[in-house]
Design a protein around this ligand. Structure first.
Ligand SMILES: [Zn+2]
Length: 250
């Protein structure tokens, strides 16, 4: 999630990036906040649309909102009213178009710390990613610098470059589903060449209908996992430098 640079008074946050972070125990919260987070994250982690919930340290819900498949928006006035010292949890959808990967925080998610947020959480297929500003309430906060550095890093990467897509296609090609798809297409071609056109058409049709969607999902999975390994890796490596804690919990 984040604040709007393109639209004057609105912000949004979405998900980018699978992770090689090991899953470890959650951070210390008040029992009521932990209970509220567990409940909300269990409820929304597989939703197809993003759900944002802002909670205070006692687990009281300050604001809840539903967004789209890749973002949820908030008003700057809401950020000013509710973010200070709060914990925000939201889900990162992980449908086939993302290869089943829900991924770590976007730059827009990290931007929210500018408004005094204490903790940001994103739940999904891998678990719940957690980012906490240890200096959220004091002058040592480096929330702005952290966000800027993450922006600089992600802008320096071209995750959907032709090169990355080609590499993902090549990997998917060598995967189990890729080999299966290729074998069926090849079989159809051979039958066609022998004049067995009806059978060839049937095999080709089945491969296109049943195997191709899985094959495409595999390509997306490879792309998203690669992106998440890089973005999550950056957060893991740099969070501490800026006074943040970063982790993946169940
Ligand atoms: Zn997000």
């Amino acid at each position: 999630m984040g604040t709007g640079r393109s639209k004057a008074d609105r912000g949004q946050f979405g998900g980018i990036g699978g992770s090689r972070l090991t899953q470890i125990a959650d951070l210390d919260h008040s029992p009521t906040l932990q209970k509220a987070l567990d409940k909300e994250e269990k409820r929304t982690r597989d939703f197809k649309r993003e759900q944002m919930t802002i909670l205070d340290e006692n687990g009281n819900v300050l604001l809840h909102r539903q967004g789209g498949s890749g973002h949820v928006t908030y008003k700057i006035s809401e950020a000013r009213d509710y973010f200070d010292g709060a914990t925000i949890t939201h889900n990162h959808p992980h449908g086939d178009e993302r290869g089943g990967v829900s991924a770590t925080f976007s730059t827009a998610d990290v931007e929210t710390f500018r408004y005094g947020l204490k903790e940001m959480r994103a739940s999904g297929a891998e678990g719940t990613y957690v980012l906490r500003n240890k200096n959220w309430n004091n002058k040592d906060t480096k929330a702005y610098e952290f966000w800027q550095a993450y922006e600089t890093f992600t802008n320096s990467q071209d995750f959907s470059s032709i090169k990355n897509i080609k590499s993902a296609q090549e990997k998917a090609h060598k995967s189990k589903i890729g080999k299966q798809y290729d074998a069926e297409i090849k079989k159809a071609g051979e039958l066609w060449n022998k004049g067995l056109k009806d059978e060839a058409t049937k095999i080709f049709g089945n491969a296109e209908k049943n195997l191709k969607p899985q094959y495409k999902k595999e390509i997306q999975k490879i792309l998203y996992e690669d992106m998440n390994a890089k973005t999550s890796g950056w957060l893991k490596q740099n969070a501490n430098k800026y006074g943040f804690e970063y982790r993946l919990t169940r």
